[in-house]
Design a protein around this ligand. Sequence first.
Ligand SMILES: C[S@@+](CC[C@H](N)C(=O)[O-])C[C@H]1O[C@@H](n2cnc3c(N)ncnc32)[C@H](O)[C@@H]1O
Length: 701
Amino acid sequence: MSSSEKRDCNGADKEEPIGSASGSATAAAEAVAVEPAKEDSAADAGKSSGYSGGNRSKRGNSGRALCGIDLAFCSDQKAGMLEAHSLGYAFVCLPLFHPRNVVRTGADVGGHADQEEEEGQRHRQLDQLRLLPATRPDHLVIDSEDWTRFVVGKISAWIRCDSSWEAERLQSLAALRQELSWAAHIGLVACLIDLPDGGRVSNLARALLAFHRAERSAPLMWVRVPMAAEQVGDDGDIASNDPWLWWHRLCRLCDLILGQLGVALEVTADLPGPAAVQRWLAEPVKALVLPTSLFLTNQSGYPVLSKAHQALLMKFFRLQLQVIITGSCRHEKGIEYYQQYINWLYSRRSTDLYSSQGKGYEDTLQDPLQPLADNLHSATYQVFEMDPYKYRAYREAVRQALVEMVPDSEAESRLVTIAVLGAGRGPLVQECLIAGRQSGRRIRVFAVEKNGNAVNTLLNRSLSEWPDSVVVLPTDMRQLKPTDLQADIFVSELLGSFGDNELSPECLDGAMHCLAEGGVSIPMSYTSYLAPMHSSTVYKEVTRQRDPEKPYYTFLETPYVVNLVNSELLAPPQPVFTFRHPAESAGPDGRPASNERYIELTYRAERTGVLHGFAGYFDSRLYGSVSMSILPEDHSPDLFSWFPLVFPLHYPVPVKCGDAITVAMWRVVSATAVWYEWALLAPVVLPIHNAGGRSFTINLY
Ligand SMILES: C[S@@+](CC[C@H](N)C(=O)[O-])C[C@H]1O[C@@H](n2cnc3c(N)ncnc32)[C@H](O)[C@@H]1O
């Protein structure tokens, strides 16, 4: 059963990108792609590259673009904003408060003065400042709509909420409150704030929590973090000089307002190793900050990035983020060419069918459908009928089964009975008929379906398209009598993102008495897989599912279908439960003794990160050489019907590279429902999730 059609998203209220006039984040991201001036490759940035500049993205081009600019020194902010916009920048980053409000720090005041004297000086300075307006006069001429749509506010860089100097700490906290309050007052959507080096963030975290508690329309905080500090190794080891760790600490302390925090990741000249980059790809990176000093100059004099930086940007373009150009213009062609280059790069990112079908659903949570208990809608059928791989695979599987089952010599004399179990609106029926023709075998098809509305479509099609070759049986396959049919081949697609989670085993077992001796099932088998997953974004989305009407744990132990983008696996997936049809240890009625399962899996973390849950996948052997897989390393090309199924954890668990991660998983079956229970056993023990099916069950009726 497909999952990409499960469009009743829980996380539908996604943030709009700054600078997008309207429409979804995805639409805005699409809108930034502008045609390159020339089609050559920009791969070799130092030589004459394909990118030659000159393709300015128009202002008013849907008002949506990817790139903003940090206006650090700007005497007239309104004029600066208008000019940036006319040069194609979608938004600007402006300081919120006047530079004269900068409080001199201990180091500025003079390393030799004693502490008391320095504090006295700073107090006197601050007393004087209190008499002046805190904000700039040019703020008065920017109207509310422009603030909201085009401006990211910059919190003063001098603020050090966790300074060890008490006076500086107190003044910083007061100033931060004042600046945030001003940002909310003028209606900013987001503010940029520097994350202090070294990860001393407890007072900053507390101030942010207090502000968000008091302010109903608090802006989002884009926390500016360097991608790497010196000495961060490729193994991603947690060390005090690791900016990711500083960010992670802030997240833990601010757990209650996680949805308000995003990363503005400053790209450094020296890039960290792949593991450290991958770890950032699992964080909610809202913006990449690109200093102009990173740009090289191509032969035509235009700014370009090195190959390594281009490759990095391509990875991050998968996330719905924006780019901020910062620093003075270093290319005489003009500041607009940084933006044009970024847009040009963006237009060259590769997209496949899976990502284009999943657009708009990246990292949003969807409730898994229950096609056994619920009747699917026509639109739902329509979406999964568009999957090119799935139906081709089924057709080939049926063809191979027919050829193996009936020797050429019996092709004319033998009639093969195929039962399509859960026929929906009939696409698998159609594929069976084509497979029959392709194989040169004679077939008749029974289409079994319990959804009365889908049955209508089947009946119509059997009259108009399939006269004489298809019999429609409008019933639950578990209600079939042995006299209704004896099939040589069962064909079904009752699979969920975790293989058996749409109760294919229970449905097929219930119909086994209608499979003739020696008959085969397509699929023959399916296996679920689990992998430990780091995704701050998915965790943030899970916390947003909290429902005051339900127990506090419900949303934390419900599996969600997720198009995983902003995430990384901490170790490769391992097989969980396998089901075969017919079952190996079946009784005389064709049913196995039990469909309950239990397994304990141990992984070795291949990188340092945070464990937020487990990503579930499946693969299936349809018949012979034909299979389907949604495993990341083995994904069937263009198979877009299923997104992974995420099993969250009650708490995020920090994991170090090399740690053992052990999870226990149960599949439990009662008279009325099936459910999963899971528990983390290492590196820490967490409670059994969904014990007794208290939060989530898959209903048998
Ligand atoms: C994922 S859909 C697949 C539909 C169709 N075979 C296709 O590939 O487009 C699963 C179908 O099985 C039907 N179904 C699920 N459980 C069933 C049962 N126990 N008996 C009959 N039909 C069932 C559902 O109503 C749904 O139409």
